[in-house]
Write a protein that binds this ligand. Structure first.
Ligand SMILES: NC(=O)c1ccc[n+]([C@@H]2O[C@H](COP(=O)([O-])OP(=O)(O)OC[C@H]3O[C@@H](n4cnc5c(N)ncnc54)[C@H](O)[C@@H]3O)[C@@H](O)[C@H]2O)c1
Length: 256
């Protein structure tokens, strides 16, 4: 019996087949969920349509730049019309201006700080608020984080500060939405070679560092993120909310 049969979900953050959102979407779809996808701007529409199309030509695909309230409202209006209710939401979105991910954190401009927090953290609050009225049977909201939220990772800079805001938002959302049986959790992933990751200076070094220092002595696989995303969506995680779950080969436990 599929683990999340009959559930409906919406996936934010597929850019291409390497996207973490795609790994989690595949696991959700395999276990019976009916999914809608969003894409950020026309540039990515074709990619997302091609990938989402593998689940059927009638798969719902909608534009959504999460900095635009009107696009968020339009997405959830259409989802309500097509699905009626919603069970799952994946937030797999982050952005910071490139120069803010290269030099020193102390030089972060006001504008780079604002953009990074708007796209990477506030958007979770906006999406959760819009999704909650559709999660009438309860729901599971999953967001993607990284260890730079809690420790200094050179070059991760303002994105680490935005991830700290994302993780704290997860806890406050979990408290607010808990009475509605809506769970909100983060997966903190070890480095994965994606479009967003390649924007971080020294990313290749990061992969080597994890391989050398993580207890499991290897990097993680996208399908392992899919499996954890599936667990958090399933009844197996029915009493888990407000948490950060590490899928990082154990790197987070190390002190040296
Ligand atoms: N790759 C890693 O090593 C790693 C590790 C830990 C956490 N993460 C997190 O995983 C998530 C997904 O990243 P990824 O590595 O799969 O890269 P990715 O580039 O495939 O995905 C990032 C997504 O964010 C979307 N996005 C950016 N700005 C947006 C906006 N204004 N509106 C809507 N969408 C927007 C992009 O379109 C893209 O789909 C991010 O939150 C990232 O920080 C990644």
């Amino acid at each position: 019996m599929p683990l999340i049969d009959g559930k409906t979900g919406i996936v934010f953050g597929v850019a291409n087949k390497r996207s973490i959102a795609w790994a989690i979407a595949q696991a959700w779809a395999r276990e019976g969920a009916k999914l809608a996808f969003t894409y950020q701007g026309e540039r990515l529409k074709e990619n997302v349509a091609e990938l989402a199309g593998t689940f059927g030509t009638d798969t719902l695909i909608l534009p959504c730049d999460v900095t635009r309230d009107e696009e968020i409202a339009a997405v959830f209006k259409t989802v309500e019309e097509r699905f009626g209710k919603l069970n799952l939401l994946l937030h797999s979105i982050a952005f910071a201006p490139k120069d803010a991910l290269e030099g020193e954190f102390v030089n972060t401009s006001r504008e780079a700080f604002r953009v990074a927090h708007d796209v990477s953290a506030y958007s979770l609050v906006a999406l959760a608020r819009a999704a909650a009225p559709l999660m009438t049977d309860g729901g599971s909201i999953v967001a993607m984080s990284y260890y730079g939220a809690e420790k200094v990772v050179p070059h991760y800079n303002v994105m680490g500060v935005a991830k700290a805001a994302l993780e704290a938002s997860t806890r406050y959302l979990a408290y607010d939405l808990g009475p509605k049986k809506i769970r909100v959790n983060c997966i903190s992933a070890g480095p994965v070679n994606t479009l967003a990751a390649r924007g971080i200076a020294g990313f290749t070094e990061m992969l080597k560092h994890y391989e050398a220092h993580a207890p499991l002595k290897r990097n993680i696989l996208p399908e392992e993120l899919g499996a954890t995303g599936l667990f958090l969506a399933s009844d197996g995680a029915a009493a888990i909310t407000g948490q950060v779950v590490y899928v990082d080969s154990g790197y987070q436990i190390m002190g040296m």
